[in-house]
Design a protein around this ligand. Structure first.
Ligand SMILES: O=C(O)CCC(=O)C(=O)O
Ligand SMILES: [Fe+2]
Length: 294
């Protein structure tokens, strides 16, 4: 693996060749202060009101994507993973049109990319907090690419753009990645680690000092995980919005969309033997066949 030289950038109006070169090398890039603190608070309020709406109306899935429910440190119901959040918030919908976000599409190189507001899981909001009843304290090693695995031998690149809504210095846990693994072989993408069940630190992993308002972009093929916070309650809180930037055929989701296999994969905490993966991918193969041929 390439020696990682950690650098932090700023995204003024558009991304630069320097950003692109750094990203191509490591598969991850961090931008400081992408949104200011006031906007962070505004987005937190938006997310809270979307959450309230979904809980009030007892909505468990959005466009086929299951929401993950849990409790905060006061015992209140919270949603620990929201999907398609911008479909419930005009402010978040408008934010996705920010030209600086659009400029990130350049990180896909020759691929024609777009912000997948209505595709994949849409705008995701993850909410990690350590409490007795929290379902979501950490996330095991994975790449974001398994969905594409059996659509053909070529995995389509995608970007996951994280907008961080809480401070999370390295010591608080948070995102850990193996830099450079975005350009690995298909075999390594499948089998470097056990998908989602392996939570062990890797001696080559790197983490970040994140401040609320920072932006991270990682390549979907990069191995990454979320390290649990050593704290409990409010101090362990970590909320991140994820925006998918994708390529390939346009595949919007709608209210009758089926639950895709990669959510079953995460839910089953599957050991990805080739036979199991092939078995699980069957419904997806049918669903995604047109995309693979396109
Ligand atoms: O919370 C994070 O920073 C990463 C989440 C993640 O990797 C995922 O939801 O696929
Ligand atoms: Fe991920």
């Amino acid at each position: 693996m390439k020696q990682f030289e950690q650098q932090v950038f700023r995204l003024e109006e558009t991304i630069t060749d320097k950003h692109i070169a750094y990203f191509n090398k490591y598969g991850i890039i961090q931008f400081k202060n992408f949104i200011d603190k006031e906007t962070v608070q505004e987005f937190i309020r938006e997310v809270d009101s979307v959450q309230k709406h979904l809980i009030t109306y007892d909505i468990k899935k959005v466009n086929g994507i299951p929401l993950k429910f849990g409790h905060d440190e006061y015992g209140n119901s919270i949603i620990q993973r929201l999907a398609f959040t911008s479909q419930y918030s005009q402010k978040l919908h408008d934010f996705l049109k920010d030209p600086r976000l659009q400029s990130l599409i350049k990180l896909l190189g020759a691929y024609a990319g777009r912000i997948g507001e209505n595709e994949k899981d849409g705008l995701v909001v993850n909410h990690y907090v350590n409490t007795e009843n929290s379902q979501y304290k950490q996330l095991g090693w994975h790449t974001d690419s398994p969905r594409d695995l059996f659509l053909g031998s070529r995995i389509l690149p995608m970007l996951n753009v994280g907008v961080h809504l809480d401070d999370c210095p390295y010591e608080n846990g948070g995102l850990r990645v193996l830099p450079g693994t975005h350009s690995q072989s298909l075999f390594r993408l499948l089998f470097r680690k056990k998908y989602f069940i392996d939570n062990n630190p890797d001696k080559k992993e790197v983490g970040f000092d994140i401040e609320a308002g920072d932006l991270t972009v990682h390549d979907g093929r990069l191995w990454h995980r979320v390290q649990q916070s050593p704290f409990i309650g409010a101090k362990s809180r970590r909320r991140v919005m994820y925006i998918p930037i994708i390529t390939g055929a346009y595949q919007p989701k709608h209210k009758d969309s089926p639950t895709p296999f990669y959510h079953r994969l995460a839910q089953l905490r599957l050991k990805p033997t080739p036979a199991k993966l092939a078995e699980l991918s069957l419904p997806l193969n049918t669903e995604g066949a047109q995309e693979a041929r396109a």
